[in-house]
Design a protein around this ligand. Structure first.
Ligand code: NAP
Length: 260
C-alpha cells in the first residue's frame, strides 16, 4: 500500500477565501497527510472564514498578507521562519482581474487593469518565490493555479488569459533557476470550478455547463481532484516533474468539438 506521510513537512498556502477555494481543496489534502500548514489571507474580512475552516486543526497558523505588498511578504516569510524554521511546500492560489476588464472587449483593456491583473495573478508568483527561496529545503516544491485561457481564447477571460500565460512562463523560468537547489515549480491547470473568483467572470455558469459536456469524461473536474493532483506534485510522488503545466479538467482541453 502506498500512503503519503507529510508529518515531517511544512507548507504555506496562500489564497483561501472560503470552503470552495481551490487553495482549501489543496490544504485539505496536505492536512490529511499530516503536514503542518500556515495560511495567508489578503484582507481581515477573510480571517473569520479561515478560522472557521481551521477549527480543530492544531498544526496550522494564519496571517494576513497582501501578496502585492513587499512589506507583507517580508513579514509573512519571517513568520514562516519562526514557525517552521524552513519550508517544504508553497501553494500560490491567488488571482484577480478587475471585472471591467472581463466585461468588455480585450482590445479596450486599460493600462491600469492590465497592470493589476498581471501584478496580482502572475508577478506575485515571482515575488513569493523570491521571499520563500532562503527557507525552501531541497525536495521543496511550489504549485500555482492556472487556466487554459492562457493557451486558447476563452470568451471574457481577456487580460486574465494573458496573465495566466505569464504565470505559466514564469513557472518555467523559476523552475530553471530553482532546480539546482532541488526545488520544483509547477502549475496546475484546473477546469472551471464554482469559486468566488469564478463568479466575477461574466457568463461563467454557461461556460461551466458547456465545458462539462465537451469533456471526454462528460463532467467537470472537482476541486478534490485539484487537491489530489497538488498533493502529488508537491510531495515526493512528483519528484521528477518541474516547470510543467499539468491539467486536471476531465480532459476538456484536448477537444476542439464534440458531436452529440
Ligand atoms: P478564490 O476562492 O476566490 O481564491 C482566490 C484567492 O486569491 C482569494 O483568497 C483572494 O483573496 C486571493 N487574492 C486576490 N488578490 C490577492 C492579493 N493581492 N493578495 C493575496 N491574496 C489575493 O478562487 P479560486 O477559484 O479558488 O482561485 C484560486 C486560483 O485558481 C486563482 O489563481 C484562479 O485564477 C485559479 N483557477 C480557478 C479556476 C476556477 O474555475 N475557479 C480555474 C482555474 C484556475 P480575496 O478574496 O481577499 O480577494
Amino acid at each position: 500500500m502506498i500512503s503519503i506521510d507529510l508529518s515531517s513537512k511544512t507548507a504555506l498556502v496562500m489564497g483561501v477565501a472560503n470552503a470552495r477555494s481551490l487553495g482549501w481543496a489543496i490544504a485539505q489534502q496536505l492536512l490529511a497527510a499530516g503536514c503542518r500548514v500556515g495560511f495567508s489571507y489578503q484582507g481581515e474580512r477573510l480571517k473569520p472564514e479561515l478560522e472557521k475552516l481551521l477549527a480543530g486543526h492544531d498544526n496550522t497558523w494564519i496571517m494576513q498578507a497582501d501578496a502585492t505588498s513587499e512589506d507583507d511578504l517580508s513579514a509573512l516569510f519571517a513568520r514562516v521562519g519562526e514557525e517552521f524554521g524552513g519550508l517544504d511546500y508553497l501553494v500560490h492560489s491567488i488571482g484577480f482581474a478587475p471585472k471591467a476588464a472581463m466585461d468588455g472587449r480585450f482590445i479596450e483593456t486599460t493600462p491600469a487593469d492590465w497592470n493589476t491583473a498581471m501584478s496580482v495573478s502572475a508577478y506575485t508568483l515571482v515575488s513569493i518565490a523570491r521571499h520563500a527561496e532562503p527557507l525552501l529545503r531541497a525536495g521543496g516544491s511550489i504549485v500555482s493555479l492556472t487556466y487554459h485561457a492562457s493557451q486558447q481564447v476563452v470568451p471574457k477571460y481577456n487580460v486574465m488569459g494573458v496573465a495566466k500565460a505569464a504565470l505559466e512562463a514564469a513557472t518555467r523560468y523559476l523552475a530553471s533557476e530553482m532546480g539546482a537547489a532541488g526545488v520544483r515549480v509547477n502549475c496546475i491547470s484546473a477546469g472551471p470550478m464554482r469559486t468566488i473568483a469564478a463568479r466575477s467572470i461574466p457568463g461563467f455558469g454557461d461556460m461551466y455547463d458547456k465545458a462539462a459536456k465537451a469533456a471526454p469524461l462528460g463532467r467537470n473536474a472537482t476541486s478534490e481532484e485539484v487537491g489530489k493532483l497538488a498533493l502529488f506534485l508537491l510531495s515526493d510522488m512528483g519528484s521528477g516533474i518541474t516547470g510543467e503545466v499539468v491539467y486536471v479538467d476531465a480532459g476538456a482541453h484536448i477537444m476542439t468539438m464534440k458531436l452529440d
